[in-house]
Design a protein around this ligand. Structure first.
Ligand code: FES
Length: 130
């Protein structure tokens, strides 16, 4: 099984070669459009231009389906001052925090010594590309 999710908000899952989606109507519409235009196999779907966190979620799902998903930042914990996991920072980005200040406000990452702010920037940059 392959899945990508925004906890308590949205989830895309591939199980037994069937893609299921839970989330907003906009997310359902985007995934259905990918199925219609590119088939039911998510490994053949093109990555999306990013306008929302749900676009990042779709791209995460496509990368995971192709076994290509990997954070540019390679450690489980991104902010050591505030003990913030990389996954939590990524979730805040998927929730629409596209600026370091927004990520810091929602996760506390980057609010100590500041050494991790460039890592937050890089993570935002990594997932804001189509
Ligand atoms: S390591 Fe994140 S603020 Fe210090």
């Amino acid at each position: 099984m392959v899945f990508a999710e925004i906890p308590f908000k949205a989830r895309i899952e591939l199980k037994d070669n069937v893609v299921t989606v839970r989330g907003s109507k906009a997310l359902l519409d985007k995934v259905n459009l990918l199925k219609v235009n590119h088939g039911k196999d998510p490994r053949k779907w093109p990555k999306q231009s990013v306008a929302t966190g749900e676009d990042i979620l779709i791209n995460e799902f496509i990368l995971k389906a192709n076994s290509e998903f990997k954070f540019c930042y390679n450690h489980e914990e991104l902010c050591h001052c505030r003990n913030v996991p990389t996954e939590k920072v990524f979730t805040s980005i998927k929730n629409g925090c596209f600026k370091t200040e927004d990520v810091s406000r929602t996760t506390m990452a980057g609010t100590g010594c500041g050494a991790c702010r460039q890592d937050i920037d890089q993570l935002i940059e990594q997932f804001n590309k189509p």
